[in-house]
Design a binder for this molecule. Structure first.
Ligand code: 45D
Length: 163
């Protein structure tokens, strides 16, 4: 379920820049952005009415039970749009629910139920530049940017009851 993508050129350029990074670097950058945003992400945000916490948690709980290596692979699969049971389930979620799912993953990393970042991981200078640009966006635009970034990830859900 992918809503219309923004036409805001600032957001488009940023997303294009990020998608050019390799998958692991995208994951790392996304985590650093999460860290940077910290407490400004609150589940009581304006779009909260279009979010399905039970759906996000349903997928999150499945991921939590995987091995660390499988958890990392699943996140790579989402970015690579690989077609798996999990990425199809992801693809069936609303865009804001996808965002909540990523937020849960990041929280899970902090709680060590999800594979954490290697402690010495350093962002490339290219990623740091992108991060600075994200930081300069107004909060509302940042949210729009995140939503557009995570919306096309994963795979299309199959028709009918099949997942
Ligand atoms: O070994 O309206 C590497 C809601 C290297 C509410 C790695 C919201 C190799 C409703 C690949 C780096 C809250 C949903 C390992 C709004 C290696 C609403 C691992 C807002 C281990 C607006 C890297 C939600 C890994 C928002 C595992 C704004 C990286 C949510 C994982 C924002 C990175 C969420 C992850 C963000 C990043 C989540 C999981 C920014 C997640 C970022």
């Amino acid at each position: 379920m992918t809503a219309a993508q923004t036409n805001d050129p600032k957001i488009k350029n940023l997303i294009e820049g990020i998608r050019k990074l390799d998958v692991d670097e995208q994951l790392a950058l996304f985590y650093f952005i999460y860290k940077e945003m910290g407490d400004s992400i609150t589940p009581a945000a304006p779009g909260a009415s279009t979010v399905s916490p039970a759906v996000a948690d349903g997928l999150f709980n499945q991921v939590k039970d995987l091995s660390h290596e499988e958890q990392l692979q699943l996140q790579r699969d989402l970015i690579n749009k690989a077609d798996t049971v999990h990425t199809r389930e992801y693809g069936s979620m609303s865009d804001t629910t996808k965002l909540l799912f990523w937020y849960r993953l990041a929280q899970g990393m902090d709680a060590h139920t999800i594979i954490p970042m290697p402690p010495s991981y350093e962002l490339s200078s290219q990623s740091k530049e992108l991060m600075d640009k994200v930081k300069q966006l107004d909060f509302g635009i940042q949210i729009e940017f995140f939503r557009d970034y995570v919306a096309p990830m994963g795979a299309e859900p199959k028709a009918g009851a099949e997942v």
